[in-house]
Design a protein around this ligand. Sequence first.
Ligand SMILES: [Zn+2]
Ligand SMILES: [Zn+2]
Length: 165
Amino acid sequence: MARNESKSSEIADESCIFCLIAHNRDEETTVLKKDKELVCFKDIYPAAPHHYLVIPTEHIISCKSLKRGNIGLVERMANFGKQVLRDQGITDMEDVRLGFHQPPFTSVDHLHLHVLAPASKISTSMDYKFTPGTDRFITEEYLRKRLEKVRPNVCEMIGQFFELK
Ligand SMILES: [Zn+2]
Ligand SMILES: [Zn+2]
């Protein structure tokens, strides 16, 4: 079944490790949750007891490539990550940290949401990499708010017009 799945969708960038993971082409990585749009797996350098990455199957470079029309995607990525945390037994959803690295501080140029829990147990030596509101790292809420301020382009305006009707 996995074979058929990877056949039906083409890999945008064969040299991108996250594209390979998304298309079941990396044997080292254990995928925790997957649907048509998103994939979640463990970060190879965990900074907290639970540290996962949520990526879109589509090769999107970073949070800077996102447009206003991608707010729903960011929200779905966050919900997907929270669901994995619940599946792993996390109950305190206040003590979690969900966010994105901003270029040039991205390790892989394929959009990925970091999901860390408990946030209070993020390792002190790695905390600087996941401090919200820095040039390096922003929370998913912050990103959604920033995207809301982006002026919609003509296509999106037409889309919204039809949604209103
Ligand atoms: Zn990719
Ligand atoms: Zn990152």
